[in-house]
Write a protein that binds this ligand. Structure first.
Ligand code: BTN
Length: 321
C-alpha cells in the first residue's frame, strides 16, 4: 500500500486528494492517512492541505526498488531487483540465491554490507552513501570469458558515470573504475563453473557515490562522485542509469560479443599506453600496457620487446595508484 501511494504521489503534478487516492487504491481515507504517516516516519516529507490533499516534497536517501524499476527498459540485466537494508555481502547473497536456482538477470543491492568483500581477500568498507550491488548472470560461455565479463561491467559503469555526471570515468584494468587518477568503483567478479562452461557469474560492484571523505590509508587513492562533481547524487536514478548501461553492454556480450566490443572497452581503458608492473608467480613483470585481447587479457610489452598476456592480478600503473 505504501509503495502504491508513493507511486501515485510521485507521478502527480501537485496535490492528490485523499479521496482520489482512496478510490484508486480501493481503501478507506483513514487507511490512506495512516499510510501517509507511516511514510513520514520513514523520512518522506509529505505536505497535506485541507481540500487539496497530499503532495510529496522530498524522499529520503534510501534505495527504492519501485523507483529503480519504474520505466527501466532491460532485457537481460536487472530483470529482477532486490534491495536489502543490510546483508553480509551482496556477492554472498547472490551466490546463495544462484546455488538455489535463481535465474540470470537478478540484481541484489544493499544499503549496508556487514562483511563487504574486496579483491584479494580485502575488506570493502560499505559506508552510507555508496552503491553496493551484485548482478547474477548465467552466460553460455567458457570460464575463460570471465576477464572480459568484468571488463564489460567496468565499461558499463564508466558509461553510466559519464552520462549521469559528465565525469571522465575510465577503466583501470581489470576491475577498477577511476576518475582522474583515483578509484571511484571496484568490481569483484566470482564464478562457479564446470571445466568448459560457466554455471553462473556474480559481478559485485561498489561505487563511491556520496562519500565526502575516506579513511587516511586510502584518501590519496579514492574519490567519489560527490567529490568530483561537488553535488550530492540522487542514488535511485543514478542506479537506474547504471543498470540500463549494464543491460546494454552485457546483453551484447551475451548474445553477439565481437572485437568491436573490445575496441569500445579499450577506448576507455586508462591502463593502455602506460608503464605498468605486475606480480606473477613471485616475479615482477614490468613494461608498457599495449593492448587488450578478445579474452579481455592485458598485453604487456616488456623491456626486451616480448609480449606477455596477463589475465588477472594486481597491476601497478604509473601515474594512477
Ligand atoms: C575491489 O576493488 O577490491 C572490489 C570491490 C567490490 C565491492 C563490491 S560492493 C558489492 C559487492 N559485494 C561485495 O562484498 N563486494 C562487491
Amino acid at each position: 500500500m505504501k509503495s502504491e501511494i508513493l507511486s501515485l504521489l510521485r507521478n502527480a503534478d501537485g496535490y492528490v486528494s485523499g479521496e482520489e487516492l482512496s478510490k484508486k487504491l480501493g481503501v478507506s481515507r483513514t487507511a490512506i492517512w495512516k499510510n501517509i504517516n507511516l511514510l513520514r516516519d520513514e523520512g518522506y516529507v509529505i505536505n497535506s492541505l485541507t481540500n487539496r490533499g497530499y503532495k510529496l516534497e522530498k524522499s529520503p536517501d534510501v534505495l527504492d526498488e519501485n523507483i529503480i524499476a519504474d520505466g527501466l527498459n532491460v532485457s537481460s540485466v536487472g530483470t529482477k531487483i532486490k534491495v536489502m537494508k543490510s546483508v553480509d555481502s551482496t556477492n554472498e547473497e547472490v551466490k546463495r540465491l544462484a546455488n538455489s536456482g535463481e535465474e540470470s538477470g537478478l540484481i541484489v543491492a544493499a544499503e549496508e554490507q556487514t562483511a563487504g568483500k574486496g579483491r584479494l581477500g580485502r575488506v570493502w568498507k560499505s559506508d552510507n552513501g555508496g552503491l553496493y550491488f551484485t548482478l547474477l548472470i548465467r552466460p553460455e560461455l567458457p570460464p575463460s570469458a570471465i576477464a572480459s565479463i568484468t571488463l564489460a561491467a567496468g565499461y558499463a559503469v564508466c558509461l553510466a558515470i559519464r552520462d549521469y555526471t559528465g565525469c571522465d570515468a575510465k577503466i583501470k584494468w581489470p576491475n577498477d573504475v577511476i576518475i582522474g587518477n583515483k578509484k571511484v568503483c571496484g568490481i569483484l567478479t566470482e564464478m562457479a563453473a564446470q571445466s568448459d562452461q560457466i554455471d553462473y557469474v556474480a559481478i559485485g560492484i561498489g561505487i563511491n557515490v556520496n562519500h565526502t571523505e575516506f579513511p587516511e590509508e586510502i584518501s590519496q587513492k579514492a574519490t567519489s562522485l560527490l567529490i568530483e562533481t561537488g553535488k550530492k547524487i540522487d542514488r535511485n536514478p543514478f542506479f537506474k542509469c547504471v543498470i540500463q548501461k549494464l543491460d546494454e553492454v552485457i546483453s551484447s556480450f551475451l548474445f553477439s560479443f565481437s572485437l568491436e566490443d573490445v575496441q569500445s572497452f579499450k577506448s576507455l581503458c586508462a591502463t593502455l599506453g602506460r608503464k605498468v608492473s605486475v606480480q606473477r608467480s613471485g616475479k615482477t613483470i614490468e613494461g608498457t600496457a599495449c593492448d587488450i585481447n578478445a579474452d579481455g587479457e592485458l598485453i604487456i610489452k616488456d623491456y626486451t620487446g616480448k609480449n606477455i598476456c596477463i589475465n588477472s592480478g594486481e597491476v601497478t600503473v604509473q601515474g594512477i595508484y
